[in-house]
Design a protein around this ligand. Structure first.
Ligand SMILES: [Zn+2]
Length: 252
């Protein structure tokens, strides 16, 4: 066990360093990725790390493709993933692996449900922004700027379905997992994310340029919360999205 953890640490460290060089992660994001990879590969093994790799690689490729298409919207979500973003998307999956290694139950479907939800949400945003028409708020139906949390497009929904199916297919290939259950968990998790984004998620405004944003800072100033529940930012919503995906597989 000690040897496999050391090997996992080495592999994860190299992986994080390459991601840092490719500007996918910043320094804190690389450290979080190394820790997360060590837990998942060291305690879970290849069967557990492969679906996580499918999420990480496909999300990174989509993000690079979107950047390549337009330099816009960068500031909305930040270009390099930091530790908080890595843990908001992958931390819950890591916790499920920890729980699995200390219990006797089979938590693999729950793990896949969490990953399917965060992957569906990421694909939904990236494909919606790249190919979708003007997004509408899922509650009010009003037009909102591309990339706004709680906004949805038909292409975004299509992206969510594909993103959820990817994790379900990979999960079924490397171990026994119910493809329809995992796919549904991912799709519903992503829809739940949009609902939270349109209701409780913080909406902020820059006091200098008056631009609506999700960033805590803009124009070198702290942005003001204009709506939503204090503290419920994009990272919190992502965490809840994954939790919903995992819960669905528990009850399915
Ligand atoms: Zn500003």
């Amino acid at each position: 066990m000690f040897q496999s953890i050391l090997a996992a640490l080495a592999i994860s460290g190299i992986f994080a360093a390459v991601s840092y060089r490719l500007r996918i992660l910043n320094l804190s994001g690389s450290i979080a990725t190394t820790a997360l990879g060590t837990i998942i590969l060291g305690l879970g093994g290849w069967v557990w790390i492969i679906p996580m790799l499918a999420f990480f690689l496909s999300a990174s490729l989509l993000s690079i493709a979107r950047k390549w298409r337009s330099g816009e919207i960068e500031e909305a979500k930040g270009s390099r993933r930091d530790a908080v973003q890595v843990l908001a998307n992958g931390g819950l999956a890591g916790a499920v692996v920890l729980a699995q290694s200390f219990t006797k139950g089979d938590l693999y479907p729950v793990y896949l449900g969490v990953l399917a939800a965060v992957n569906a949400d990421t694909w939904s945003t990236e494909i919606g922004v790249m190919l979708g028409r003007k997004p509408r708020n899922v509650i009010s139906g009003r037009l909102v700027p591309a990339g706004t949390s709680g906004g949805a497009t038909l292409m975004g929904l299509f992206g969510a379905v594909l993103g959820a199916i990817l994790i379900a297919v990979v999960g079924e290939m490397v171990a026994t997992a119910s493809l329809p259950v995992i796919a549904m968990a991912g799709i519903f998790g992503s829809v739940f994310d949009s609902l939270l984004g349109a209701t409780v998620q913080e909406k902020r405004r820059c006091p200098v340029c008056r631009k609506d944003t999700e960033m805590p800072r803009h124009c070198d100033q702290r942005t003001e919360r204009i709506d939503g529940v204090p503290g419920v930012n994009n990272d919190v919503v992502n965490l809840l999205c994954g939790a919903m995906g995992g819960l669905i597989t528990l009850f399915a």
